[in-house]
Design a protein around this ligand. Structure first.
Ligand SMILES: CC(C)(COP(=O)([O-])OP(=O)([O-])OC[C@H]1O[C@@H](n2cnc3c(N)ncnc32)[C@H](O)[C@@H]1OP(=O)([O-])[O-])[C@@H](O)C(=O)NCCC(=O)NCCSC(=O)C[C@@](C)(O)CC(=O)[O-]
Ligand SMILES: NC(=O)C1=CN([C@@H]2O[C@H](COP(=O)(O)OP(=O)(O)OC[C@H]3O[C@@H](n4cnc5c(N)ncnc54)[C@H](OP(=O)(O)O)[C@@H]3O)[C@@H](O)[C@H]2O)C=CC1
Length: 427
């Protein structure tokens, strides 16, 4: 079956029928996504092996974004999020991007770095040079900790040494730069850092202290770009307003934080759905949002291309894996990875980056045109109706009234629900 990433009318199906439809459209056996059904998802026995003091399991809705074309191939994207309109918005922007071929992505090699902090070095400059002279010895020692990773084509690629002055002293900080292949890599590089720290400290002439991965994963970047057609967006004025919106985010940290939150709406949802470490990706993203001059700015860039369309790009660290962490043990994560059809961590990282860009574009487009409330609140209205006490049967009618009245508020929902019930009782 050809994978187009499109499923007409997915929103109108029942939850069960959507599961069948996404499996069919992705060309996978429906059994491969059976874990999306909570009855077959994460069990308490598995959960008890994942973290400590397990007392239950938190359910988070898992939606599937449609319309994505990434490097010419259609893909259906599982997204775990509690926020209404996120999945719809990603699908919406991905649909607009299709006219110009969807998303084109690329990545650096999957290099993660571990830091070894060395304190009490009398001659830090000379200590740095001594460590660089011992580069081959330290790399060999680190690689010996993970022969399996080396066998898979990974392992330490280089050693960098920085001198970091601080209020408590000057530190020599050695960085092991490790190609972690299909792993997120934290455990792998932390093991290496702990193993070489004593020898590194001896060579530098100090004492080792911290030995830990840095989440500023700036050697493991993923990029996505897409063109959004001016005509489909509503013309030149809309394009200009989208560019103004992006320009404010570039220049103003107050706007940049929200703009980047929009990007993370998409990114964190796919990272969570695939059992990856949301905090690691978020820490990497926000550290990357600081410009070389030390200013917090937006992660994406929107420009007007020669034809007057929006050329959108996003580049950020994307430390996600297909082995290790929860990716292998969580049945829903496994189903999500099967649905995506990814075979390498870099492919997953690039799809996630494309989703981040789509999510960002959808929000900025809404903000630069009609505002966020119409699209977002009409979907959020379902939560408000439920909070007001509407049953599953009553929710559609209550939502329709809230949206028609343009008053998506809890008190109004309570009144609407009371009216609805009174009318039913009378008839
Ligand atoms: C909400 C939409 C998509 C409506 O947009 P619309 O134009 O009314 O949608 P439509 O009904 O014409 O459908 C267009 C496509 O959107 C998707 N779509 C549309 N509705 C659904 C739905 N119910 N269920 C599933 N998919 C839906 C779907 O893919 C559909 O095409 P199809 O594939 O069907 O041919 C639009 O208004 C939008 O993109 N809004 C942005 C919403 C958003 O960004 N939400 C995130 C939460 S707000 C926030 O946290 C971030 C923010 C905003 O602060 C970030 C920032 O400031 O930058
Ligand atoms: N600051 C942070 O972000 C921190 C995060 N963490 C956590 O660390 C976990 C991720 O660590 P990670 O190192 O990825 O997990 P694992 O140690 O579980 O997995 C990595 C290991 O898998 C083995 N492996 C098998 N196949 C491959 C392959 N194709 N490519 C690469 N490695 C392969 C390797 O060797 P082998 O089998 O010999 O192990 C490798 O060392 C996450 O749970 C994260 O939350 C932990 C500490 C800090």
């Amino acid at each position: 079956m050809s994978r187009t990433g499109r499923i007409q009318g997915l929103r109108d199906l029942s939850v069960e029928a959507r599961r069948t439809a996404v499996a069919e459209a992705a060309g996978v056996d429906p059994g491969a996504v059976a874990a999306f059904d909570p009855a077959h998802g994460l069990g308490t026995v598995q959960a008890d092996h994942m973290i400590e003091n397990v007392t239950g399991i938190l359910g988070v809705p898992l939606g599937v974004a449609t319309n994505f074309v990434v490097n010419g191939a259609g893909v259906l994207v599982p997204m775990a999020t509690e926020e209404a309109s996120v999945v719809a918005a990603a699908s919406n922007a991905a649909k607009i991007a299709r006219a110009h071929g969807g998303f084109t992505t690329s990545s650096t090699e999957p290099i993660m770095q571990a830091q070894i902090q060395i304190v009490g070095v009398a001659d830090p400059e000379a200590g740095r040079v001594r460590l660089l002279e011992a580069r081959d010895e330290l790399i060999a020692l680190a690689n010996a900790q993970d022969p399996k990773l080396v066998e898979f084509g990974g392992g330490v690629r280089d050693l960098a040494v920085r001198i970091v002055p601080s209020r408590a002293g000057t530190y020599v900080v050695a960085h092991l730069q490790v190609d972690v292949r299909d792993a997120m890599g934290a455990n792998a590089v932390n093991t290496m850092a702990e193993a070489v720290a004593a020898r590194a400290a001896e060579i530098a002439g100090g004492t080792s202290l911290l030995r830990i991965l840095t989440n500023k994963a700036d050697l493991r970047l993923s990029r996505a770009r897409a063109v959004f057609d001016a005509g489909a967006l509503g013309g030149a004025e809309v394009v200009d307003n989208i560019i103004h919106a992006a320009a404010l985010a570039e220049s103003d940290p107050y706007r940049a934080a929200t703009h980047n939150k929009g990007i993370m709406n998409g990114i964190s949802a796919v990272v969570l759905a695939t059992g990856n470490d949301t905090r690691a990706v978020e820490a990497g993203a926000h550290s990357h949002a600081v410009s070389p001059a030390g200013r917090y700015t937006s992660l994406s860039r929107f420009e007007k291309d020669l034809d007057g369309n929006v050329a959108a790009t996003l580049e950020l660290p994307m430390p996600v894996g297909l082995v290790g962490g929860a990716t292998k043990v969580h049945p829903v994560a496994q189903a999500a990875i099967t649905l995506l059809g990814v075979r390498a961590a870099a492919e997953l990282a690039e799809i996630i980056t494309a989703v981040g860009l789509a999510q960002n574009f959808a929000a900025v487009r809404a903000l630069a045109t009609e505002g966020i409330q119409r699209g977002h609140m009409s979907l959020h209205a379902r939560n408000i109706a439920t909070t007001a006490g509407a049953t599953a049967e009553e929710v559609p009618a209550v939502v329709a009234r809230l949206v028609a009245d343009k008053r998506v508020h809890a008190d109004h929902a309570e009144r609407v629900l009371a009216d609805l019930r009174a009318t039913r009782t009378r008839s």
